[in-house]
Design a protein around this ligand. Structure first.
Ligand code: B12
Ligand code: SF4
Ligand code: SF4
Length: 247
């Protein structure tokens, strides 16, 4: 790993990240992986290659996974059990608003880090397409999977619902990825995994559809007509499980 002054680049990024997270008023988690070692869909590898051209002909590129956690009140706005549609007295839309707030904060944090460390950032999400997209696969050529890098960087494990589950706060976070020149060796992290828990599978009928759950989830989210492309019931249920393990 290369050094810059007394701190390694990793330590410097971690320190800087903590500072910008605290300015954004959110807790953050960060992880590092080698871009070459992460398995991506061919269309996402192609998208990434084009994006990385701005870094020139560097040999090694490190993916820096950035996660910003939701506040507890935002997670508690999600219904605690399955709900077919919003009810007049629930606060589900507060979670939808938080989706925008966290995405904006993440995009800002990623842009600040990209400028400081000569990198290029992948924004939090492909937002505002929900009305135009006819099938979930239409998203894939226009982004890289943050989860693939977050998993490789040890931010968390891939839960049974497909999301990244962190020991800090379960899946109640949003992700972005920064790509910087240079190579790092990822720090191994102790991750408990799902064990015998199946709470997300029990709560969500969509997750029983195997690989097809992605398209079924997209349709369900569209049908909810919340203020953002969210549902999040699997997030809430999992978050509660992880919290109860910590108690
Ligand atoms: C498209 C999309 C959706 C679609 C499809 C979801 C999906 N599972 O793919 C819809 C609209 C349904 C959706 C729903 C949700 N989403 Co969404 N979504 C995305 C988006 C924009 C792209 C995801 C993507 O690339 N999918 C492609 C699949 C194939 O990727 P993957 O499963 O990670 O697999 C990778 C590797 O495993 C490997 N791989 C897998 N299969 C194969 C096969 C081969 C042959 C190869 C070579 C490689 C390979 O390559 C893949 C791609 O790199 C990301 C943002 C981003 N840029 O990452 C957010 C994201 C995944 N969503 C997120 C969230 C939170 C949600 C929701 C909870 C909505 C909400 N907030 O209420 C639900 C949960 C659904 C679920 N259980 O997964 C978060 C996840 C955070 C976390 N903790 O993990 C993300 C990362 C957004 C963010 N910035 O934080 N989402
Ligand atoms: S709810 Fe349980 S099974 Fe589902 S991802 Fe979380 S820990 Fe794993
Ligand atoms: S976000 Fe998708 S996977 Fe999660 S509970 Fe809702 S419908 Fe199921």
């Amino acid at each position: 790993m290369f050094k810059q002054g007394r701190l390694t680049v990793v330590e410097e990024i971690q320190r800087f990240f903590r500072q910008v997270c605290s300015e954004a008023g959110r807790k953050g988690v960060i992880g590092f992986s080698s871009v070459d070692k992460v398995r991506l869909l061919p269309e996402q590898r192609q998208y990434l290659q084009a994006k990385l051209n701005v870094l020139g002909s560097v040999q090694d590129i490190t993916a820096v996974s950035l996660g910003l956690l939701y506040h507890e009140s935002e997670v508690l706005a999600i219904p605690a059990g399955w709900r077919g549609k919003p009810e007049t007295d629930d606060c589900w839309d507060d979670y939808a608003r938080a989706y925008h707030t966290v995405n904006d904060a993440l995009n800002r944090v990623a842009a600040i880090l990209a400028a400081r460390f000569w990198g290029v950032a992948e924004q939090a999400t492909v937002a505002g397409w929900a009305g135009k997209v006819k099938h979930v696969t239409e998203y894939f050529p226009h982004c890289v999977s943050h989860r693939a890098f977050a998993e490789a960087g040890g931010l968390g494990w891939r839960g049974r619902h497909g999301l990244i589950v962190t020991p800090e706060d379960g899946p109640a976070l949003r992700l972005a990825t920064l790509f910087i020149p240079g190579s790092v060796s990822p720090e191994p992290r102790e991750l408990a995994g799902c064990g015998d828990c199946r709470a997300c599978l029990d709560v969500c009928p969509v997750l029983h559809k195997g690989g097809d759950y992605r398209e079924a989830c997209r349709r369900r989210i569209n049908g909810l007509h919340l203020r953002a492309e969210v549902c999040g019931i699997c997030v809430r249920v999992c978050w509660e499980r992880i919290r109860s393990r910590q108690a």
